[in-house]
Design a protein around this ligand. Structure first.
Ligand code: NI
Length: 391
């Protein structure tokens, strides 16, 4: 069993690594700097790896005799946000980009976990695949897709990951077993009318009235069409139409997101949105275009994998360090692809210290309490050490 005494000697390097990454945020599939940084660190540590998986993902492999094959995943991409932490000595040096979802922390934790496992082989058996992944935040199909397609993780028995959480204090890890995060789908709608002078509406077909009716009608899908014991979200987040005050435009656009937990609900949402568009456009004599884009599937934490991770966490942090969650979130993760491919578990690593580390994920003032990083490494180390021994 690893303890804090094993991890503390390299805590400074762990924090420094996270800060270097924080200063150099990159987004989506476009992570050349981050890719090369991780590659240089792996090379320096003597860990074999495959670069440019997908575009800028990396899969490193540690082999250590016969045993289980584990996949540990860290996402590496940042967000298109202007960082508001102007006093931070390691604030983003790329204006308009920011590590506001803590993926810099995930990458630093995985690098140090790999380094320790590589140099302390007496404590564990089997194979560990370190997955440094691009484009968790999209665009579609997300970075996990390329990793899963690469063939490099086909033999993995179980996938595990951390995501930082400002909702939980440092020294704790929270897991929801079973359904843990929602499926995220995008809807793109175009309502087609007939443009005309705004003073002669009877000569055209007003797509803005259609748009307004459609938005309101869609609000009753979740309340009136969905089984009340199921859950879903439909949010229209972009409304676009027209160019000036006295012209009725030819079309109007809507975009939004749908969040669900299962296939039945997912299909129902798509069908009911279509039914609304059908009836609204028929009544006005207009038409519509509708795209329902499946982005990420729901994330399912396998109960067995959750139990194994839980034991490793309790060994690392004590029983009070483990927080069982009873509700999933409507957020989404492309970790879902790994979990669906075999089985897996993603856990929330508590990173809230004082007031400065309580901002939500994706907030421009988001930051973590860096003393949480070592706990991420420690839990991973105990997971690798005990995985497969108790099942
Ligand atoms: Ni994230």
């Amino acid at each position: 069993m690893r303890t804090l005494q094993d991890v503390l000697p390299f805590e400074t390097r762990l924090i420094e690594t996270r800060r270097i990454l924080h200063r150099h945020p990159e987004t989506g599939f476009d992570l050349p700097w981050t890719h090369d940084f991780v590659v240089s660190r792996l090379r320096e540590a003597g860990i074999p790896f495959t670069p440019h998986v997908g575009k800028h993902s990396i899969v490193a492999i540690l082999e250590n005799g016969v045993g289980p094959v584990l996949g540990l995943r860290a996402d590496m991409d940042a967000l298109p946000i202007f960082e508001a932490n102007s006093d931070l000595p390691y604030r983003s040096e790329c204006d308009g980009k920011m590590h506001a979802c803590g993926h810099d922390a995930h990458t630093a934790i995985l690098l140090e976990t790999g380094r320790y496992l590589h140099t302390h082989r007496e404590h564990w058996r089997g194979t560990v695949k370190l997955i440094f992944q691009e484009a968790e935040e999209g665009p579609n199909p997300g970075g996990a897709w390329g990793v899963c397609q690469s063939g490099l993780v086909d033999d993995v028995d179980g996938f595990f990951a951390f995501h930082v959480s400002p909702a939980h204090p440092v020294g704790t890890v929270a897991i929801k077993s079973g359904e843990t995060m929602a499926a995220a789908d995008t809807v793109k709608i175009r309502l087609l009318g007939k443009g005309c002078h705004a003073a002669y509406p009877h000569l055209g077909i007003d797509p803005i009235v259609m748009q307004a009716e459609a938005i309101l009608a869609m609000q009753s899908i979740v309340t009136r069409k969905l089984d009340p014991t199921e859950s879903a979200v439909l949010t229209i987040a972009r409304v676009q139409a027209g160019t000036t005050h006295n012209v009725i435009p030819a079309f109007a656009e809507l975009e939004g997101t749908v969040r669900t937990f299962n296939e039945t609900t997912r299909r129902l949402m798509e069908a009911e949105i279509r039914a609304v568009l059908e009836s609204v456009s028929a009544r006005h004599g207009g038409a519509y275009e509708f795209r329902y884009i499946r982005e990420y599937d729901p994330t399912y934490n396998d109960p067995g994998a959750t139990l194994v991770f839980r034991r490793a966490i309790e060994r690392s942090l004590g029983t009070q360090g483990f927080v069982p969650l009873d509700k999933p979130t409507m957020g989404a993760e492309d970790f879902s692809r790994y979990a669906a491919m075999k089985k897996g578990c993603i856990a929330w690593l508590g990173t809230r210290g004082d007031d400065t580390t309580g901002f939500s994920l994706h907030h421009p003032a988001f930051n973590i309490d860096e003393s949480a990083l070592k706990y991420g490494v420690l839990c991973f180390l105990n997971l690798v050490e005990t995985y497969g021994k108790e099942e």
